[in-house]
Ligand binder design. Structure first.
Ligand code: ZN
Length: 142
């Protein structure tokens, strides 16, 4: 059975050192609309979402040195951190990918920003791109 395509790019995650400065750049100089801020305790990050057409940019700032974002910036510097694909069947997809030998960071989805179910696939299995599966909890929430 063919896998159905994800609906769209839910967002692109960008690791930043200073959230306020980055938000100022993307709103004042690029002209994007700020949708809001949120702290995601499980990932030790504070994020800002910016609307761009049907999708969003997610700026991520670490709230602790143990945050995956702090570790990413330490190793690679600021920049694109992940691409999130919107799906409506995260659990089934994770099971399917796992059974095909794809390396997963999360074998079951957990709660991310906006209460969405999220899970990351390991870059070793995705051509070096950290891919997030993002399943909105409530349809048309935004
Ligand atoms: Zn994300």
């Amino acid at each position: 059975m063919a896998t159905k395509p994800p609906k769209q790019i839910e967002h692109i995650g960008i690791a930043v050192r200073n959230l306020e400065e980055s938000v100022r750049f993307y709103t004042e100089l690029i002209g994007l609309k700020l949708l809001g801020y949120e702290t995601v305790e499980s990932e030790k990050v504070r994020v800002a979402f910016l609307e761009i057409g049907e999708t969003r940019l997610e700026l991520l700032e670490a709230t602790s040195p143990e945050s995956p974002i702090a570790q990413f910036i330490e190793k690679k510097g600021e920049g694109i951190h992940h691409i999130a694909l919107q799906v409506d069947d995260a659990v089934e997809r994770l099971d399917g990918l796992k059974s095909k030998g794809i390396k997963l960071i999360h074998e079951v989805p957990k709660e991310g920003a906006h209460g969405n179910l999220v899970a990351f696939l390991h870059p070793k299995s995705t051509n070096g791109v950290l891919l997030e599966l993002c399943q909105p909890q409530v349809e048309a929430k935004e």
